[in-house]
Design a protein around this ligand. Structure first.
Ligand SMILES: [Fe+2]
Ligand SMILES: [Fe+2]
Length: 426
């Protein structure tokens, strides 16, 4: 990758990372998943851990195990697409790491928990029931991304692929989860074999994330605007799934209590990690137009918004959606934040005229889009629809064309504006 574009004026964290150093760190950090001694772990698992702790461990470790398997399988198109030899070599080392992580989790599942038959497929089958909706969606997305990268090795597609793998999956999902696991097991002095493995996994992941940051920073130097768009698009596309990955089964918070952690803590840490990695690349979410994350709000509130959308079924596979006023407000505020204000004339008003709930309006004024409950202004376009049908559309559980054909979605007013809907809310 040629780096002829001027570097950003302020020095970024990515400027301190070199591919040579990352490779050397890999050689120095080599470890063996097959030599870990699980004898004390077996005693801890059977005699010292509570049922609740075992249930949480089984759930969290299964999410990791399946994640490690998916990232092992998904890396080869990255090697082909990487423009620099040094990048290709590093990704090759990373693929070895991911396989080792998978072997480590499988060994623990088989030798300590006693599930599976020792083969990777056997271990995965035995733990597949633990996976959350968000986990399945994110890793299906990774599989699709790998197919896309095989077909298109352009820098733009490479940037998209690194964003999903290294920034979203590794930095914002896996790393905070590893910290929760490590912290709890250390404090409770449990599972020493597993602990030594997961601390090596965490060190490996640190290196993988650093590589992702460096690779994206290089792509950013060559094409700041295009790379920024690729990165932000992938975050926008996956935002609805990310909050669902570590959702405890049936929202049973005791899964987290057993490990002295909480879903909200994980959400906050994930969002913080994501924002800091983007900054390290050169992308300041506070300065971009149409940030995919509401960065003007404190981290607590950002995480709370992800939770409320998921809890009220405005995100996720389950229906019907709740009509909780705060959840509805967060939904419309999210729609307003995602809107492209340049796609419509200033002063435009779009109304959601719910057949069975209060109406909501979005107004485009002064280069901003804002949402308001009620029917305060004359709308240029009104969408007549039931609240449940709209919730299904928002959560991507329904197809707008089908709702239009069956007249369950009726646009009134400017049809020209309606035709531009996909442009306004890309
Ligand atoms: Fe890994
Ligand atoms: Fe990794």
């Amino acid at each position: 990758m040629a780096t002829t574009a001027p570097r950003p004026a302020t020095r970024r964290a990515a400027d301190d990372i070199s591919y040579t150093d990352l490779y050397e760190r890999w050689e120095r950090g080599n470890w063996s998943a097959t030599e870990i001694d699980f004898s004390q772990d077996k005693i801890d698992w059977n005699e010292r851990m509570t049922d609740a702790q075992r249930r949480t461990a089984m759930w969290l470790f299964s999410l990791f195990f399946h994640g490690e398997d998916a990232v092992t399988d998904g890396l080869s198109p990255y090697i082909d697409a990487a423009p620099l030899e040094e990048q290709k070599y590093f990704i090759a080392t990373q693929q070895v790491d991911e396989a080792r992580h998978s072997v480590f989790f499988n060994r623990f599942m088989n030798e300590v928990v006693g599930v599976g038959d020792g083969s990777i497929a056997g271990g995965m089958n035995a733990t597949a029931g633990q996976l959350s909706w968000g986990h399945k969606m994110i890793f299906q997305g990774l599989e699709d991304m790998c197919v896309a990268l095989r077909a298109d090795q352009s820098p733009h597609q490479f940037a998209r692929a690194i964003t999903l793998y290294h920034i979203i999956i590794e930095a914002s999902l896996a790393q905070p989860g590893q910290h929760v696991i490590e912290h709890f097991l250390e404090e409770a002095d449990l599972l020493p074999g597993f602990r030594s493995g997961i601390s090596n996994v965490a060190l490996d992941e640190q290196r993988h994330i650093a590589f992702g940051v460096k690779a994206l920073a290089d792509l950013y130097d060559a094409d700041p605007k295009g790379t920024e768009q690729a990165v932000l698009d992938v975050i926008r596309e996956n935002g609805v799934y990310v909050s669902g990955v570590a959702m405890p089964p049936n929202w049973d918070e005791s899964y987290y209590d057993a490990f002295n952690a909480s879903y909200d803590q994980l959400g906050r840490d994930g969002l913080r990690g994501l924002e800091s990695k983007l900054l390290a690349i050169g992308i300041n979410l506070h300065e971009v137009e149409r940030s995919p994350l509401p960065v003007d709000l404190p981290f607590e509130e950002r995480a709370a918004r992800g939770r409320v959308l998921l809890e009220s079924n405005l995100v996720g596979p389950d229906r019907p959606a709740s009509r909780d006023p705060y959840a509805t407000e967060v939904m419309f505020d999210s729609i307003a934040r995602a809107a492209d204000v340049h796609a419509v004339a200033p002063g435009t008003v779009i109304e959601w005229s719910f057949t069975d709930a209060d109406p909501w309006q979005l107004s485009f004024d002064g280069g901003k889009c804002s949402a308001e409950r009620g029917s305060m202004r004359k709308a240029d376009l009104r969408l007549v629809i039931s609240f449940d049908d709209w919730a299904d559309l928002f959560a991507q559980r329904a197809d707008a064309r089908k709702l239009l054909l069956s007249r369950r979605l009726r646009p009134k007013g400017s049809l020209k504006l309606f035709a531009k809907f996909g442009k306004i809310f890309p």
